[in-house]
Design a protein around this ligand. Structure first.
Ligand code: SAM
Ligand code: DTB
Ligand code: SF4
Length: 376
């Protein structure tokens, strides 16, 4: 009898649910800290090896000059931030960086481009070649290039892409307070397009943008009710960059980060939960608490896309101290095949997708834009 109750509890904890409500998630988020940690750590151990951490290296392959108005982003052209913009990197440059990342213990390279969406043409062909090149180095390849159509997702899959990162960033309600140049549904549609291929989905968000706890829960409802749930979920703490509309936001408290990580782990037991932007503000002890609460991945590299990140050697020292080992590539899913461009089944369609532009006024975005005009 006792045994059957025990197995029922285990079954309950093993279950992947796609019907979480905001109220249920808020109840989890607001639990007493020790209960929250215990529950998250228990679920973590049922689904993952707690001594293994997946390491992704970020590479900004095209930096700055972006048309969007994302209130958090230093790469939006309309704000005056102190970043150095760059055109698309060459395949050789990317290969050299990927090899360095492999040497320092990364299993994945995540290439980010400051684009609203992918456009068929020479630049996309070059990105496809980067994907082929890195996959042939036996590393997982991830891209984050903005919105993609189904055909573009298929072309990325054919090149050997392992993951596509496309964040929901916040709740649907709060998204409108941060971005006016695209809608939440565009993000969901892109994730749907990626899901039509064998590329895994990486989707998460940012805390510390002035949202309330219900918005954090709302974001987790949107992510956890996806079926299947994302294979990885980055939890970013806002890096408040001068010149962006969110420049004055207060740094995220470590306790908020721990709560967010633990709640994500509980509602998405199989997902790799990634400590992302904001780690330079976090102590080793703080990060260790996050790993205990269910985080099992990080973004590594001395830089995120444009802002600083902890030194990769320091990260490796931290893992040694904690007895954690970097995850080998393709542990969770087999390596995709790379199809050469000449053998490709999918061709550029030259589509002109109609991603939305709500263009509602966000006061702080307008103010940052006006301020930038006076400074440029
Ligand atoms: N342009 C593409 C897009 O928006 O999907 C890809 C690159 S974009 C920089 C990737 C993600 O980085 C964003 O969705 C956001 O979650 C995160 N990000 C950008 N700026 C950030 C900041 N200042 N602090 C924390 N996260 C940030
Ligand atoms: C994600 O969720 N965080 C990464 C990655 N996906 C592309 C980017 C963080 C960017 C932080 C601000 C910057 O460095 O520009
Ligand atoms: Fe552009 Fe992406 Fe930055 Fe938004 S988050 S401004 S889409 S680079």
């Amino acid at each position: 009898m006792e045994f059957s109750i025990f197995t029922q509890i285990i079954d309950f904890m093993n279950e992947i649910r796609h019907n979480w409500t905001k109220e249920q998630i808020l109840d989890i988020y607001n639990k007493p800290m020790m209960e929250l940690l215990y529950e998250a750590a228990t679920i973590h151990r049922l689904h993952h090896d707690p001594n293994v951490v997946q390491v992704s290296t970020l590479l900004s392959i095209k930096t700055g000059g972006c048309s969007e108005d994302c209130g958090y982003c230093p790469q939006a052209a309309r704000y005056h931030t102190n970043i150095e913009g760059n055109d698309l990197m060459s395949v050789q440059q990317v290969k050299a960086q990927a090899l360095r990342a492999k040497e320092t213990g990364s299993s994945r390279v995540c290439m980010g481009a400051a684009w609203r969406n992918v456009k068929d043409g020479e630049e996309f062909n070059q990105v496809l070649e980067m994907v082929r090149t890195i996959n042939k180095l036996d590393m997982e390849v991830c891209c984050t290039l903005g919105m993609v159509t189904e055909n573009q997702a298929k072309r990325l899959a054919e090149a050997g892409l392992y993951a596509y990162n496309h964040n929901l960033d916040s709740s649907e309600e709060y998204y409108k307070e941060v971005i006016s140049t695209r809608g939440y549904q565009d993000r969901l549609d892109t994730i749907d397009n990626v899901r039509k291929t064998n590329v895994t989905v990486c989707s998460g968000g940012i805390i510390g943008m002035g949202e309330n706890v219900a918005d954090r829960a709302g974001m987790l409802v949107a992510l956890s009710t996806l079926n299947p749930q994302p294979e990885s979920t980055p939890i970013n703490a806002l890096v408040a960059v001068e010149g962006t509309p969110l420049e004055d936001e207060k740094p995220v408290e470590i306790w908020d980060m721990i709560r967010m990580v633990a709640t994500t782990r509980i509602v998405m037991p199989e997902t790799q939960v990634r400590l992302s932007a904001g780690r330079t503000q976090m102590s080793r002890e703080g990060q260790a608490m996050c790993f205990f609460a269910g985080a099992n991945s990080i973004f590594a590299g001395d830089k995120l896309l444009t802002t600083p990140n902890p030194d990769v050697n320091e990260d490796m020292k931290m893992f040694k101290l904690l007895g954690m080992n970097p995850q080998k590539p393709f542990t969770k899913k087999v390596q995709p095949q790379t199809v050469e461009a000449t053998e490709s089944e999918y061709q550029a369609l030259g589509e002109k997708p109609r991603w939305t532009r709500p263009e509602h006024k966000i006061e702080r975005n307008e103010a940052a834009k006006e301020k930038a005009k006076t400074l440029k």
